[in-house]
Design a protein around this ligand. Structure first.
Ligand code: NAP
Ligand code: MN
Length: 269
């Protein structure tokens, strides 16, 4: 049986060209190209393209392996260079599910005053803020009341999301084999009256982080690039529940190599 592959691309001219070349090569190599129920999803574009594809296939993440081809700059979820499509087709032929790389997803559970519960999964991070006002929330780590946060908001990121928004707000870069989530502050208020930790926290998989925000009708919750408006939240619970995203092993570069190549570049004496 030939492998079922879906190819999704962003709208850029270059990505659309790669999409058409790659589908031709995959067809010629005998792959079954399908958008429904694929085993492998190849994305063409940037990290944002992969994030979108992850949410499009969110219901079948336990059955799908991803491969990212980058047409712009090197990305974190996009290992493959668009110029080596024949190499990619060969790698897709020889890869198998047992060799896939798994990275943790963040489960975010929002409970509202009326008892309704909404569950989301983030590949990078989830942030919470208010549209206009300061966010005030009790922060609990499992059963421990840890602090009363005041500020613009909080971000909770996955290990692979640590190089995204988390890094921009001063969070640490984490290796994805460390199964933990990172809580980072967004412009916290610290003075003689209000006190927060003022540093990002790496919270173990055995704990959950729970936020209990003050009643308000203008909460904005993000899940990667997606935005949700909430009112009357009673609590938001964050944990790593074992859900993962799988990446096909088509010649994955090491995490620290990707961090160096994306943020540092060539090192010359
Ligand atoms: P975007 O505005 O294009 O993303 C901002 C940048 O973050 C892009 O360069 C994107 O790469 C890069 N990126 C995405 N995931 C990354 C990761 N895991 N590690 C390192 N860089 C990463 O929006 P988008 O493409 O839809 O991506 C949504 C993500 O952007 C959010 O989850 C958030 O993490 C990030 N973001 C960051 C900031 C900030 O740093 N101030 C603000 C808003 C959003 P590509 O160009 O390859 O897509
Ligand atoms: Mn993007």
């Amino acid at each position: 049986m030939s492998k079922r592959i879906a190819v999704v691309a962003n709208a850029s001219k270059e990505s659309q060209e790669v999409l058409s070349n790659l589908t031709g090569l995959l067809r010629a190599a005998g792959f079954d190209l399908t958008q429904e129920n694929p085993e492998i999803v190849v994305t063409v574009g940037g990290d944002g393209t992969l994030l979108r594809a992850m949410h499009d296939y969110e219901e079948s993440l336990d059955k799908v392996r991803f491969v990212g081809v980058h047409t712009g700059h090197l990305g974190f979820y996009t290992d493959f260079l668009a110029s080596d499509l024949t190499g990619l087709v060969a790698a897709l032929q020889s890869e198998n599910a047992q060799e896939a790389w798994h990275y943790p997803l963040l489960q975010v559970e929002v409970t509202c005053q009326n008892g309704s519960v909404t569950k989301h999964y983030a590949l990078n991070e989830s942030t919470i803020r208010r549209r206009a006002y300061t966010l005030v929330a009790d922060v609990k780590i499992s059963d421990l009341l840890f602090e009363k946060f005041r500020g613009d908001g909080l971000s909770v990121s996955t290990p692979t999301g640590s190089t995204a928004y988390n890094k921009s707000i001063g969070g640490a870069v984490m290796h994805p084999s460390v199964a933990a989530m990172q809580v980072a502050e967004i412009a916290s208020l610290n003075n003689i009256v209000f006190r927060t930790l003022g540093a990002s926290m790496i919270v173990s998989q055995k704990d959950r982080v729970v936020l209990c925000p003050e009643p308000a009708d203008d909460y904005v919750l993000t899940i990667d690039q997606l935005e949700f408006n909430y009112s009357d939240i009673s609590q938001i619970s964050y944990r790593l529940d074992g859900a993962t995203i799988a990446f096909a092993n088509c010649g994955h570069t090491s995490f620290w190599e990707r961090v160096r190549d994306s943020f540092i570049g060539d090192i010359t004496d």
